[in-house]
Design a protein around this ligand. Structure first.
Ligand code: DGL
Length: 268
């Protein structure tokens, strides 16, 4: 029997998924969270689907052993490669970030011309195209990888001239083709939102799936009577597979608030 008082398990290849965790905390303040960042094996973006599926399975088993009532895959690459597998194998609800992002993009687009940026793995998987087409078959979709955005964010170069140059290069095709909506299909990209907005201009809607994913988690938990009814202060526990000190430092930037500590747990 799954207990509504149990925590929600959230995982990512590293720290980027904290953008989703932050939104979960905002929208579901009564929920306890356990966040796992696979900092020992980040990045997932360039890795094969099989490898990302294996990693995702290991993390899911670990979080389930810690008693979570649901899993949120707060990583676009892991969602793209492992969501159907985990949904089929896990006895608890599993929520990914791709469909909520696609839904937000379809709601935002005016002319149906939607751009998607993500890691090489996410773009190669075609997951966003499938999710967008399922909702709006006639959508015109331009999807391209933007892998250098990840290390730029990790380095904290959110408004650095190098980040600007990279953004101009990556975003030019979207400007040329006149997309009216761009999906930020990677956990790190929302931190570059001001820069991306500046390069693309005010007429392009930028879609960050964190908000929609948290809303989806709320719907799924509510439909299964799994929403917490606790009234006290909720708890967040952070686990990293390597370099907990660095995780702690970076987490502050992603969460916009300090955290108490980070456990270390090695997988694989
Ligand atoms: N978390 C990954 C994603 O959202 C980005 C970092 C990585 O490549 O592991 O796709």
């Amino acid at each position: 029997m799954v207990d509504a008082a149990a925590p929600i398990g959230v995982f990512d290849s590293g720290i980027g998924g904290l953008t989703v965790a932050r939104e979960l905390m905002r929208q579901l303040p009564a929920e306890n969270l356990i966040y796992f960042g696979d900092t020992a094996r980040v990045p997932y973006g360039p890795k094969s689907p099989d490898t990302v599926r294996r990693y995702s399975r290991e993390i899911s088993h670990y979080l389930r052993d810690r008693g979570v009532k649901a899993l949120v895959i707060a990583c676009n690459t892991a969602t793209a490669h492992a969501l159907p597998t985990l949904q089929a194998e896990e006895p608890i609800p599993v929520i990914g970030v791709v469909e909520p992002g696609a839904r937000a993009a379809v709601a935002a687009t005016r002319g149906g011309k939607i751009g998607v940026i993500g890691t090489a793995g996410t773009i190669r998987s075609g997951a966003y195209e499938r999710a967008i087409r399922a909702l709006r078959p006639a959508a015109e979709i331009i999807a391209r990888p933007a892998p250098l955005f990840v290390p730029l964010v990790e380095e904290g170069w959110l408004d650095h001239p190098a980040a600007r140059l990279v953004a101009q290069e990556y975003l030019e095709p979207f400007r040329d083709q006149g997309v009216d909506t761009l999906v930020l299909g990677c956990t790190h990209y929302p931190l570059l939102k001001p820069l991306i907005a500046e390069v693309l201009g005010p007429d392009v809607a930028l879609i960050d799936s964190a908000e929609q994913t948290a809303a989806e988690a709320r719907r799924v938990l509510a439909s299964k009577q799994l929403l917490s009814s606790a009234s006290g202060r909720s708890r967040q526990l952070y686990v990293a597979s390597d370099a907990p000190d660095q995780f702690l430092r970076m987490a502050e930037r992603f969460l916009g608030a300090p955290i108490d500590g980070v456990e270390t747990h090695t997988l694989g």
